[in-house]
Design a protein around this ligand. Structure first.
Ligand code: GDP
Length: 485
């Protein structure tokens, strides 16, 4: 969502870095460029102006103490980074859990903001952390909201308290009250109350939300807002703040291509933190909102921290340990391992979203958008069409085996050949890495690789490995060429 802002800001910084010595008029120009980039991205005017005044003041004050050259630009960049983190809410805040469970989380916001979807995402998030959430269907207004919550609950394995059919029937306040009693008696440690929204702010909507709030006294009221609706998101947030009051904001639809800057103003204008963000329709398209990571993304430095976290989550500890053992034994990286890695990659979610977190991603927008997500599925289907022996030892892949695999995967023989060639290159790289001592542990881990692959020199382990004969290519055409050679 913030690609174009990020691309513009990256341009501003690279022009600042290219200056030999920075003077006060360079700072003025930089401030003017940042101001217009933020305004074009729809960040609220008052937020932009106070931000620019602050960075101008701090940068001018710092200037006499800065050495010339790129350090000056870096120091100014750092001032901007710190202030941007502040605008986005400063340090991340987590949900406050009730001293006496259940913790009550109430979701409020306009219809279509994404509350019901978010209820499921939150329930899954806390379930995965070992909590025992109960979803509560207090949106009895929007057609099918109750059924939608039941479907969402079922797909994440969280029970739904839904005594009323909805579609205009039932009292949402009573449902919330009964849910609280039910949760206490059944020892759920958290309830997530989905409430009704209207298409615009109105008194009836506010009153219903206030009544639910008074009845269940939430530990957290989360205001859910669609980041695609521009300045309306700010106005709605302020109206809810005055009407119901809330404790934190959840931005949804950050995967959209609207300018999105308005939503970034909400934390500053309400003085309340953005706690979560939602960036897609799938239940896994959900993140804790870290202001510093978002600032990093906006300033074109990517979000490597989130990327590393997702990689770690995807490669479960059991398969990491297995890979590490294999590697330590000196065993080769096989197509079976490759398949496991591909599966882990699919678990990490959409590749274009992952690539979007890399530094400089804004500039590669087109290529990232054009990334063919189904390539991973196609590659997986080729490996899955191989027998265990073939996966273990691709050298046995003669012409007829390759033809059978291609047929099984619904691909061409050339696709099989190209995969085997790419795999052999990867295998060779793995061997070289092992022989030369591997990559640094932190880097390996951040790439989701098992610790052993990054751990220091493995020469002692290498000596345990049996000496390997010079391999012959399994690609018939290549093998013939090798033999001729
Ligand atoms: P509610 O009326 O507030 O309960 O909104 P819903 O949860 O029903 O969401 C409204 C629509 O937005 C649905 O079609 C959702 O699938 C979609 N939606 C929700 N969150 C996101 C998101 O983060 N990204 C995208 N692209 N769509 C979303």
């Amino acid at each position: 969502m913030f690609d174009s802002l990020s691309t513009k800001l990256t341009g501003v910084f690279s022009s600042l870095r290219s200056r030999g010595k920075i003077n006060s008029s360079d700072i003025e120009n930089t401030c003017a460029d940042i101001r217009s980039a933020l305004l074009e991205s729809d960040v609220a005017l008052s937020v932009v102006d106070s931000f620019i005044d602050l960075i101008r003041e701090k940068a001018l004050a710092a200037l006499p103490n800065l050495q010339s050259g790129s350090n000056q630009a870096q120091a100014i960049f750092e001032i901007i980074n710190v202030e941007l983190i502040e605008i986005l809410g400063g340090a991340a805040r987590r949900i406050r859990f009730a001293k006496n469970p259940p913790t009550v989380i109430m979701l409020a916001g306009l219809q279509g903001a994404g509350k019901t979807t978010l209820a499921g995402k939150l329930a899954k998030f806390y379930l995965d952390q070992g909590d025992t959430p109960l979803l509560v269907a207090s949106d009895l207004q929007r057609p099918n909201a109750v059924t939608q919550l039941q479907v969402v609950g079922e797909s994440v394995g969280v029970p739904v308290f839904a005594p009323e059919p909805g579609n205009g029937v039932g009292d949402p306040v009573k449902v919330a009250e009964q849910a609280l009693v039910f949760a206490k008696s059944k020892l759920y440690n958290m309830i997530i109350v989905d409430t009704a929204g209207r298409l615009g702010v109105d008194q009836e909507l506010m009153q219903q939300a206030i009544d639910i709030r008074n009845a269940v006294k939430p530990d957290e009221i989360l205001f859910v807002v669609d980041a695609m609706i521009g300045q309306d998101s700010v106005r709605t947030a302020q109206a809810f703040q005055e009407g119901v009051g809330f404790d934190g904001v959840v931005l949804t639809k950050l995967d959209g291509d609207a300018r999105g800057g308005a939503a970034l103003s909400i934390a500053k204008l309400t003085g309340l933190p953005i706690m979560f963000s939602s960036n897609g329709e799938k239940l896994t398209d959900f993140d804790i909102f870290y202001p510093e990571r978002m600032a990093s993304r906006i300033l074109g430095m990517g979000d490597v921290a989130t990327l590393a976290e997702q990689a770690k989550k995807a490669l479960d500890t059991e398969s990491s340990a297995k890979m590490e053992e294999k590697f330590a034994r000196g065993d080769d990286f096989t197509l079976e391992d490759f398949l496991e890695q591909l599966e882990a990659m699919s678990k990490m979610g959409s590749m274009s979203k992952l690539l979007g977190m890399l530094p400089g991603a804004g500039a590669m927008k087109k290529q990232i958008e054009n990334f063919d997500e189904s390539e991973i599925v196609r590659t997986k289907s080729i490996v899955q069409s191989m027998t265990p022996l073939e996966r273990q030892d691709p050298k046995v892949l003669n012409g007829s085996r390759r033809a059978r695999i291609a047929l099984g995967a619904g691909r061409k023989v050339q696709d099989v050949n190209s995969l085997v060639d790419k795999f052999s290159a990867a295998q060779k790289m793995m061997r070289q890495m092992r022989n030369s001592g591997g990559m640094p542990p932190a880097m390996a881990q951040s790439m989701g690789m098992p610790a052993g692959m990054g751990a220091g020199p493995i020469s002692s382990r290498k000596s345990q490995a049996p000496a390997k004969k010079k391999s012959k290519s399994g690609n018939p055409a290549k093998r013939a060429a090798e033999e001729r050679g």
